[in-house]
Design a protein around this ligand. Sequence first.
Ligand code: NAD
Ligand code: 0WE
Length: 262
Amino acid sequence: MGFLSGKKALIVGVASKLSIASGIANAFYREGAEIGLTYQNEKLKKRVEGFGENWNAAFTLPCDVASDDDITALFREIDKVWDGIDILVHSVGFAPGHELDGNYVDVTTREGFSIAHDISSYSFVALAKGARELMKDRDGSLLTLSYLGANRTLPNYNVMGLAKASLEANVRYMANALGPEGTRVNAISAGPIRTLAASGIKNFRKMLSENEKQTPLRRNVTTEEVGNAAAFLCSGLASGITGEILYVDGGFSTTAMRSFEE
Ligand code: NAD
Ligand code: 0WE
């Protein structure tokens, strides 16, 4: 019996088999969780429904996190099939492409700033609001995905860094607000991984090979490794952990200079 058996897990953010959310769904499914999925738009519907079949998903429903109506409709539908939700995974991030290419001060706009923070940070508490009644008093667990750009600068991450800093503060405030009803809230700060969201980024392959050299484990992390850490954090094994940012980055964030020896 897996350590998530009997848990009902809603996973938001599957777009391809490479998605971090797919690594998480694989680990949850292996550990016995019942899975529910959402997709962002009609373009992704068929594909995400296909993944749903692999994980025996209880449902695959639409949800654009920019829309309050979508979020309301999502939880109304879930209420019809599940008596509650034990786990909610938020694996969503977005800024307009032109914000992620060039000098931060030059390329950042009011509109891009607003979209990045809305989709990448606000949407986490928006989903928590929608799920709140269904998650109450059942040792529920919320999880989101962050990146080191929240704390350190790097080329081109730009306004996404601010949005991730906001997301990490969101984790702490949500943990404090929902703790009294038994709901935990955490984030995983993952090292760089080649996914759809990364494929549009200039020099991403170079960043992956540089990251490999500087990381204590001398390799990049995988969605499987993020999935396993996610399964732990969302399980009873992590019952004392909330408001935490867990690094799954091979140790990269602990270093200040890469080795030139090899
Ligand atoms: P991905 O492209 O597979 O996933 C991003 C998801 O966000 C997609 O499923 C997309 O449909 C969804 N999304 C975007 N806008 C949305 C909206 N308005 N409504 C609903 N869904 C929306 O890429 P990924 O790398 O798996 O990204 C998942 C999370 O992991 C993001 O928060 C990202 O910032 C974070 N992260 C990624 C890396 C990396 O290097 N890939 C590292 C650390 C953290
Ligand atoms: O959070 C991310 C990427 C999120 C992302 C990606 C895109 C590409 C397509 C958000 N918005 C968009 N908008 C698009 O139009 N990561 C952690 C991956 C990532 O992105 C980087 C990185 C890393 C790592 C951008 C610059 C530098 C490093």
